[in-house]
Design a binder for this molecule. Structure first.
Ligand SMILES: *Cc1c(COP(=O)(O)O)cnc(C)c1O
Length: 516
């Protein structure tokens, strides 16, 4: 572990928000170096008492003998708890600080979700338990599917996919099965705009479809380029276009219905990447603006603690003509009112996930939707969009906003993109700005996506105006520091548990083995 540099603790007093006392802002402060758990080893210490043997003693089979006891550390329970608590406090977390990571919707995860997910009837069931004993869980999955169908404006939902990317993959399989069944298996080309999330082309590749990039103009789908691509690849070969709306430039693409009409006109389908549903909940429905199929990222929109790699849940919603191809099992309500798992769909793409799907995230999603209610969901869209526009408006004189031009009627949705060209021209990099934000206790926004040299920030609806103001104050302050003390910015973070890492080295030559 590298030694810590002496922290430089910046303070910000805002003109427009209440001044925050230093001690609250910089709780994370300086921390002593935490030894590895091996270094904390003390001979003979035990963390748990194993119960006495209640079966006859038997020798360890020969094949498993001979390697001796592993060199695991010996520690008491309290030492173990303290060690991992210390490490956890070094993690940046949404429960501790503002986390405006664009496109990831790092909103507050209400504690009632955790209570619901831990109810024994959900937590303690066995995946092979009989249907008759898990009626509550099946009812919850079935009801949540109905909610998601309603929000999507698409009638049929599969709760099987385990994440957004998995939903994309599953939906592309469904689209492929549909066209095959119609005798149009030559339809293998899938379009995605050049600002698409990386999972879109990756899912295409996983399904054996070719992803073709469509240009965007001022952040919107370039209709001329779409038409050109249709001619170039042959209308009869196009399966679908995957589009995110609001898109990754933070814009609601009002040409979406035109795009849908063009695709439907050539017999292709419109796929909606639903990662940004937070901005439109209850305001518009993908099915109403022309989507035939979509995935949800319920861990984003409907709140579950998540990070890179999950946990997630990516149910898909489709129009009725795609229903026969949805994965099995389907969660169904039988004529006698009982809930069950239906495996009997001859045209289904088959299984994509074991057992009932991501039950823990599904329970949180259900709880969140029930807690908010219809009006609450609509309020989420309004507040998240207002918050992003508020920040963009406060920052734009210093941080250029290529897709936020209120004078031309161009507002952002629930996130905004800045390309701070004037600041970068002063000899700092985007990484410098991002790292300096860490010193102020703010997680850096998404970087270099959807365009190079950009920051993409998503405040979500759960942050107060004080937090939004402080974020603006800090960014403006950093802009000032780039003028007055650029070295502080270039050497940031000065106040984190570890200083700036050699990120390439960390990825290529990681030192992950402790040598005592
Ligand atoms: C997060 C995201 C995805 C991927 O979803 P996962 O649930 O992380 O697999 C896809 N598209 C967009 C636009 C996203 O923001």
């Amino acid at each position: 572990m590298s030694t810590m540099t002496q922290p430089t603790r910046p303070t910000v007093t805002s003109g427009s928000s209440a001044a925050v006392p230093d001690s609250d802002v910089f709780r994370r402060g300086e921390k002593p170096t935490e030894p590895t758990i091996f270094e904390k080893h003390s001979v003979g210490a035990v963390a748990i008492d194993l119960p006495g043997l209640d079966v006859p003693e038997a020798p360890v089979p020969d094949g498993l003998r001979g390697r001796g006891a592993p060199a695991w550390p010996e520690l008491g329970q309290l030492q173990v708890i303290r060690h991992y608590t210390h490490l956890s406090q070094r993690n940046f977390s949404l429960d501790g600080e503002f986390y405006p990571l664009g496109s990831c919707t790092m909103k507050y995860n209400p504690r009632i979700n955790e209570w619901a997910a831990a109810l024994p009837g959900f937590r303690d069931i066995h995946p092979l338990q009989d249907e008759s004993q898990i009626q509550g869980l099946l009812e919850l999955l079935w009801t949540t599917q109905r909610f998601l169908a309603e929000v999507a404006g698409l009638p049929c939902v599969s709760s099987q996919p385990a994440a957004g990317a998995h939903g994309e993959y599953t939906a592309l399989k469904v689209i492929r099965a549909y066209f095959k069944d119609k005798g149009q298996s030559q339809r293998t080309v899938v379009f995605a705009p050049d600002n698409a999330h990386g999972t879109n082309p990756a899912s295409c590749a996983m399904c054996g479809a070719g992803a073709v990039s469509i240009k965007t103009k001022d952040g919107y789908t370039d209709i001329d380029d779409l038409k050109r691509a249709i001619d170039a690849h042959g209308a009869e070969n196009i399966a679908a276009m995957m589009i995110t709306n609001p898109n990754t430039a933070g814009l609601f693409d009002s040409k979406i219905t035109e795009v849908a009409d063009i695709l439907h006109g050539i017999g292709a389908l419109l796929y909606l990447d639903g990662a940004n549903m937070n901005a439109v909940l209850g305001k518009t429905r993908p099915g109403d603006f022309g989507a035939d199929v979509m995935h949800y990222n319920t861990h984003k929109t409907f709140s579950t603690p998540h990070g890179c790699g999950g946990p997630g849940w990516g149910p898909i919603a489709v129009r009725d003509f795609l229903e026969p191809y949805l994965p099995v099992p389907r969660v169904v309500k039988r004529p006698d009112g009982a809930f069950g798992l239906d495996f009997g769909a001859p045209k289904s793409v088959g299984k994509v996930r074991s057992f009932f799907g991501q039950v823990g995230v599904a329970v949180r999603c259900y709880t969140y939707i029930r807690a908010c209610g219809g009006a609450g969901l609509e309020h989420i869209a309004e507040t998240s969009v207002l918050s992003a526009n508020y920040i963009a408006a406060r920052l734009r004189s210093v941080f250029e906003m290529p897709y936020f031009k209120p004078e031309k009627g161009m507002y952002c949705a629930h996130e905004f993109v800045t390309v701070p060209r004037r600041l970068l021209d002063k000899g700092v990099t985007l990484v410098d700005i991002a790292k300096r934000l860490i010193d102020y206790g703010i997680h850096p926004p998404t970087m270099h996506w959807p365009v190079i040299d950009c920051l993409m920030a998503e405040p979500t609806e759960t942050e107060s105006k004080q937090v939004l103001d402080r974020f603006c104050d800090v960014l403006l302050r950093i802009a000032g520091e780039i003028e007055s003390s650029p070295d502080v910015v270039r050497s940031a973070p000065g106040d984190a548990a570890i200083e700036r890492l050699d990120e390439v080295g960390a990825a290529r030559k990681p030192a992950v083995v402790w040598e005592g």
